[in-house]
Structures are given as C-alpha cells and as structure tokens.
Design a protein around this ligand. Sequence first.
Ligand code: CAA
Ligand code: FAD
Length: 387
Amino acid sequence: HREALVDFGFSEEQLMIQDVARRIAREKIAPSAEHHDRSGEFPLENIRALGENGLMGIEVPVEYGGAGMDPISYVLAMIEIAAADAAHSTIVSVNNSLFCNGILTFGTEAQKQKYVRAIAEGREIGAFALTEPQSGSDATAMRCRAVKQADGRFVVNGKKSWITSGPVAKYIVLFAMTEPEKGARGITAFMIDTERAGFHRGKTEPKLGIRASATCEIEFTDYVVEADEVLGEEGQGFKIAMGVLDAGRIGIASQAIGIARAAYEATLAYVKDRKAFGQPIGAFQMTQAKIADMKCKLDAAMLLTLRAAWLKGQGQRFTTEASVAKLTASEAAMWITHQALQIHGGMGYSKEMPIERYFRDAKITEIYEGTSEIQRLVIARNETGLR
Ligand code: CAA
Ligand code: FAD
C-alpha cells in the first residue's frame, strides 16, 4: 500500500461532498459563526441543513439515511465546516463518528434502522457518553453502573460529564460498568433514549471556545434499558468505545485542520495588507519564517490525517495513525492560531476579527477525544509494545 499513500487524487464524489460542505459552510455557517460564539446558541437550523445534505452521516450507507461516502470525504467535509465554525464541526463529528459509527459497526439491524437514520438525516442529535467527573483519560475508572435484571433488562445509575450535545440529544450511546470486577472487560455499551424516565440533564457548561456546541453533565436514576438496547456484546463496551474513538480522532484532526486553515488564510491576506516601517509586515523575515512554519505544520497535519482516513477506508487498523494525525493536527492548530493572533497584533486580540475565536476554539482539539498526552501514550505504547 506504500505507493497508494502518495496518490492523493480525490474522486469526483469526494470533491462533490467537499463542495456541498463548503457551500453550506460559506452561505449558512460562516455568517452566523460570530453570533453563535457570542450567544452560545445551539445552531439547530444549520445542523438540519447539514443533515438534509448528507453531512450528518457522511460515511453512513444510503440505506440508513447517510451519504454513503468514505473516510476521506468525511475529512474533506469536516475541514470545510470547521473552517467556518469549529462549534458546528464538533456537533457534526459527534453525530458522524461517535454516534453513527459505533452503531453501524456493532449494532443489530433493528438498532441501525432505529437510531442511525434519524441522526444521519440530521432530524435528531446523537451523543456519546464515556467521561465521568472522576474519569476522563482514565476511562475504565468509570462508576456509572448498569445492573442486569432477571428479565434481561438493565437498571442504570450514575453520572456522565462533559457530554457534547447532551442538552439537545435524542439518543445517547452510553458506556456503563456491568461487571466492575472485570475492569475494562466489565464495561457494556447501551442505547439511551433521553425522553425516558430516569434520564436527567445538568446545566450547559460555559466554555472557552466551541461555545455553540452544547455540553452538559447527565445523570441516570434507575433508568431502565431494554435487552434489545444493549449495543454489541456485554463486556465489549470498552473496545467499542476505543474503536469508535479511533475514527473520532480522524474527525478531530480534520476539525483542527479547518480551524488552522482559516487562521492561516486570514494571516496570508493580512500580512500583504498591513504595513509597518514602510513595508507590508509579510516582507519581514520574522513574519516570513512564521508563515513558512505555519504552512509546514498545516500540510503535515493534512497529509497525516488523509493517511489515517485512507487506512480506515482500506479496512486496515489505524489506531496509531489516527492518534498521530490528531496529535499533530491539534498541536498545529494551537500553534498556528497563536502565531496568527500575534501577526494580527491588536486586531488579533479584538472581537472585531475571528482570529481570537480561532485561538480559543483550537484549544479544545488538544483536550477532547483523548488529550495530547493520551495520544502520545497510545502512539508510544503501540510503537514500543511497552507500557
Ligand atoms: N481498539 C480496540 N480495542 C482497544 C483499543 C483500540 N483502539 N485500545 C485499547 N483497546 C482494548 C485493549 O486491547 C484492551 O483489551 P483487553 O482487555 O482484551 O486486553 C482494553 O481495550 C483495555 O485497554 P488498555 O489496557 O490499553 O486501557 P487503559 O486503561 O490503559 O486505557 C487509554 C487506554 C488509551 C488511555 C484509553 O483509556 C483512552 O483512550 N483514554 C482517553 C479517553 C478519551 O479519549 N475520551 C474521549 C471521550 S469522547 C469525547 O471527548 C467526545 C468529544 O469530545 C466530542
Ligand atoms: P484528566 O484525565 O483528569 O487529565 C488531566 C491532565 O492529566 C491532562 O493534561 C491529561 O493529559 C493528564 N493525564 C492524564 N492521564 C495521563 C497519563 N497517563 N499520562 C500523562 N498525562 C496524563 N467526553 C465524552 O465522553 N463525551 C463527550 O461528548 C465529550 N465532549 C467533551 C466536550 C468538551 C468541550 C470537553 C472539554 C470535554 C469533552 N469530553 C467528552 C471529555 C473529554 O474527553 C475529557 O475531558 C478528556 O478525555 C480529558 O479527561 P479529563 O478532563 O478528565 O482530564
């Protein structure tokens, strides 16, 4: 497969979905990005428009309401959406890769029909609940408990925190301990309907960035899960979570690239326009070095993310490559938005321009779906075989 790694010609279909995403991003998302950032209002109308155009289920087969495209299409579309507004791309990424992906891989036919279609079409919002107040990186230290009853049903009690789209989700993929003594092998995945008794939402978290992506704590008190709402096998939940996150990390890498590209393009325009000491600031060697480094980091992030997506499309294991892509792209986004802000001077610090928003939004990509430290841990464990 080495030769194919340098063939980055995109297919007509891939370019088409990129175009669709770019059009919606420019016409609907970009014009309201500042409003959504300031107000924190959930962009339901735009999410519906994305859903109607196949962008809430890009890799979901057409028979389940999606666009039936490949992982590279997902990367290309996510970049366009994130370049217009990162918060929108967070919502898109959870629906696409954290919600639909796991059900398509591990769900029954009935579960695919019931849960995937509504989410892929953007009629409903999905969420993914792994993290708890005391367990983020150390995900197997979860306490949320699902106890099996004689009739095959489960009763769930416990809390999950930082749940993206938690305030608006209709369905949630939940991970809970079914056999605590078995550790990671005692975790099971469940499908949750947020309209049922025993499900509660906490307040929406105020955040530094991606402010229109709504995040909250959720709580279960004697919530009853029917036997046919178990996702995959009992005890297989942690592997499902990790497998889903492998794919999710390609989405976050793409989000980081979109934010970084927006900051880079704004900077390229600004350095030609803004003058100091009788010349465009882009003519100073110190600025030129920054531009060169921004370009290198952006391209590296893009190529590594395409590699991970390509491997996924080939049906190969891509855990390490997804972590390499997510780590590189998120750190590139943080560095590039930082330099972009510096190059814009006072205007970079002002709400008159979107640069400070890019800077705030970039930070989350180093934290969620596994922090940068966790990506390094995954990469190094896989490379060395040591832990
Ligand atoms: N694919 C399949 N199985 C995997 C796997 C993968 N990528 N990674 C691990 N596993 C399996 C292991 O093989 C092991 O299985 P066995 O018991 O059969 O051997 C089991 O899972 C446990 O693995 P580890 O011993 O490696 O587990 P660990 O406790 O050391 O944790 C970790 C590993 C990588 C640190 C993991 O806990 C992790 O990824 N933490 C970060 C959590 C995270 O990313 N949370 C994101 C929440 S969602 C989110 O954030 C959404 C959003 O922002 C929008
Ligand atoms: P901790 O795990 O407490 O980590 C604190 C610090 O210690 C970090 O710097 C970390 O890298 C470091 N650290 C921890 N372990 C190690 C180690 N072994 N080696 C070196 N350093 C280490 N979760 C969901 O389940 N679903 C969601 O939809 C979701 N959305 C989110 C949205 C937002 C806006 C945010 C902020 C979080 C979201 N999360 C979600 C949770 C997110 O995945 C966690 O915040 C993240 O995994 C880190 O966990 P933590 O916050 O508990 O930090």
